[in-house]
Design a binder for this molecule. Structure first.
Ligand SMILES: Nc1ncnc2c1ncn2[C@@H]1O[C@H](COP(=O)(O)OP(=O)(O)OP(=O)(O)O)[C@@H](O)[C@H]1O
Ligand SMILES: [Mg+2]
Length: 281
């Protein structure tokens, strides 16, 4: 089982889009995938239609340590893609975790318990601001993925906010069995403008020698299909499996596949096989 947190201390950079599309792709590739919506604004929870709506969600998981799937795991209409929905409607979780001695470490323990540990992949979508829930997500994950849009403010916030948080968590875990995961930076909404290209290159240059971060070679381009697929409640590899004629930018489906394979080369063969199987979906 592999746990990946999708995070950024900045809002609106594409965390939910990345989580939903990666989850949908991996499920269609035959993996058992659980996505967990740790954002109190529950956009991931309503991204895909549900075929089973569990009575509980993240609140019961984290506040009550409930891990029984029938209580907290909803099923989406995509086979193999399950969801723990965000339901901390009164915003009580952060305070609760702050008061608990194991607050930052609890999620890690819970996801490795009972039937939850049988998933092949667990993806954690997070809130775009520093919080104890975000820190708990980082500490629960084997790998962190951070979408960054190629503009100066977003790049600055990545260095100040996200890398700053990783440094602090490194110190916090020094005397524990947990460690801070490797961080992959995913450029999102890359376009042809000079500014976008320059900021992307600047980030690559600045981070080449940083041991904590890998900037993925593959990036998400600015594509209206990401928005349209989200509005249609479909993963992008189903919505735009092939490149529309006359467009230069690759198909959304090819972008998410390339990012997934770079993130974890072990997924490559499952993703290659679905090319034929997934075509009519
Ligand atoms: N590559 C892309 N091309 C075009 N639009 C995109 C792309 N990635 C994301 N978007 C759009 O940008 C908006 C913000 O994306 P998203 O909700 O995934 O960000 P977020 O980081 O989860 O935001 P928040 O911090 O509010 O949770 C959405 O409308 C989404 O459809
Ligand atoms: Mg989001």
């Amino acid at each position: 089982m592999r746990i990946i947190s999708v995070l950024s201390t900045k809002g609106g950079v594409g965390k939910t889009t990345t989580t939903a599309n990666l989850g949908g792709l991996l499920a269609d590739a035959g993996l058992r995938v659980l996505v967990v919506d740790l954002d109190s604004q529950p956009s991931l929870s309503s991204y895909y239609p549900l075929s089973f709506d569990a009575p509980g969600g993240v609140y019961e998981l984290m506040a009550l340590s409930e891990t029984r799937p029938e209580r907290i795991v909803s099923n989406t209409v995509i086979d193999g893609l399950d969801l723990v929905a965000s339901n901390d409607y009164q915003g009580q979780l952060p305070q609760l975790l702050l008061n608990a001695p194991d607050g930052r470490f609890r999620l890690s323990q819970l996801l490795n318990q009972g039937e939850l540990k049988d998933y092949d992949v667990i993806l954690l979508d997070t809130q775009g601001a520093r919080s104890i829930t975000l820190e708990a997500a980082v500490l629960a994950s084997d790998q962190a993925l951070s979408p960054v849009t190629p503009d100066v403010l977003s790049a600055r916030e990545f260095v100040r906010g996200t890398l700053g948080m990783f440094d602090e968590l490194e110190q916090l875990t020094a005397y524990t069995s947990l460690s801070v995961p490797p961080l992959a930076l995913l450029l999102n909404r890359l376009d042809e403008t000079r500014n976008s290209q320059e900021v992307a290159q600047g980030l690559r240059n600045m981070l080449t020698s940083d041991q904590r971060v890998t900037v993925l070679d593959n990036a998400f381009r600015m594509l209206s299909a990401f928005k349209l697929a989200g509005a249609a409640g479909e993963p992008i590899h189903r919505y735009e499996p092939v490149k529309p004629s006359k467009r230069v930018t690759p198909a959304g489906g090819d972008l998410i596949k390339a990012v997934a394979c770079e993130l974890n080369p072990e997924w490559q063969s499952a993703i290659d096989c679905m090319g034929i199987k997934g075509a009519g979906q």
